[in-house]
Design a protein around this ligand. Sequence first.
Ligand code: GLN
Length: 481
Amino acid sequence: MNLKISALEYIQEVKNGNISAEDFVAKTIEQIKNIDDKLHAFLSVNDSAVDQAREIDKKIKSGNKVGDCFGMPISIKDNLCIKGNKTTCASKMLENFVAPYDATVITKLKQQDAIFVGNVNMDEFAMGLTTEFSAYGPSKNPWNTEYVPGGSSGGSAVSVSAFECVASLGSDTGGSVRNPASFCSTVGYKPTYGLISRFGLISYANSIEQIGPLTRTVKDSAFLLNLISGIDPNDNTTIDNGDEDYLSGIDTGIEGKKIGIIKEMIGEGIDPAVLSATKEAISKLEKLGAVCEEVSLDMVKYSVAAYYTITATEAGSNLARYDNLRYGYDFSVEGYEFNSYISKARRKFGPEVTRRMILGGFVPSAGHAGKYFLKALKVKNKLTKEVNEAFKNFDLLIAPTVPILPFKIGEKIDDPVSLFLVDINTVTANLTGKPAISIPFSHSNGLPIGIQLLADSNQDKLLLRAAYALEQTVTLPGVPI
Ligand code: GLN
């Protein structure tokens, strides 16, 4: 049984009767059991996955209508609610939280007969970019287990890259889908803000975050987008995409498209191997008929500062509900007055979430808001104007997904500012609401490098088309596991 097939290949194989959902899912669960001790992608594994697959096989055999996923095994980031499942956000605060309802993306995938093989690891409450801030220990990069897999959707990327599932869903607030996709050599896609419902995604910074797929191929991301996008009465930020088919025309190329190379994302601090991969990607795109030219986005230099100010503020408010009264129930209120009780309860948060909570209390507070929060919003607006201007001249923008290579576990954990700066190339898409995708492109010393493309709002179809064209020019080595 070949576990390395893409989602679309899986569907074809099941349709042709070459494999059964039960066999494939059983093999996938076996792979998780065999390999996950080394990688720690999973926080929980679904014990009834094989039984569910057997039911789908029965449906197929009896000629009943089967959903488009045909029992495809998918892993789910641990901040997406699956009814009856423990959903911890990789936090001790939600150690015993069982989701009372399904996220909209989960409902949609259930309707299409996807099988959720397990919940995957992440940085606590999606704050981080290495998965080291999980309260349950870090995930490891399958390309070299001494290295971080990226984050915060690290478990998603690891599970796809190590064949522990066919595809995964993560969330991307400032790069959390694209960053681990780049570090683990998978495709990672952050759609236009509003294209996918966030109902049932445990909020971190809801004004900018989106759920996104991590897959083996660009076509697989387009396929999943077809299934999970669209308007949702439970999330009033969703947009009506008219049931767009993101797979149709995906292979029509990019002849004549204008691509802007973001100057500020290939400058200071970039690893030489990442820079040369970017140049190679640009020359491949030119060979495909695109016209590439440098473009300057001046506000990018303030984007990380603005991003962390805005997200800390939203997180401060979103995470106020975790007070051990509404969630937790770990110790009795007996003997505490309000402040000492809350401060004890909040000690359940790990160091990174605590840091953001302190920042999130301070930056929007009276007397400081003008200096920090409001200024950050101004940067966000100016950056959006700049990017909108750029899209008057260009169809797409390009930059490396991450300016540096994956680094060793523990290497940056004590230096939060140096970690924050790693997000420099990903936060722009979130602050401006634009779609962006990371495509596996190259390797240096056995470590993956991803290339990022961005498009204007609602140009997801064009973005996927360009990503597909670039992907076709790449042949990469297999993961050494
Ligand atoms: N590294 C960023 C942060 O810690 C991005 C996280 C994300 O996209 N969820 O906020």
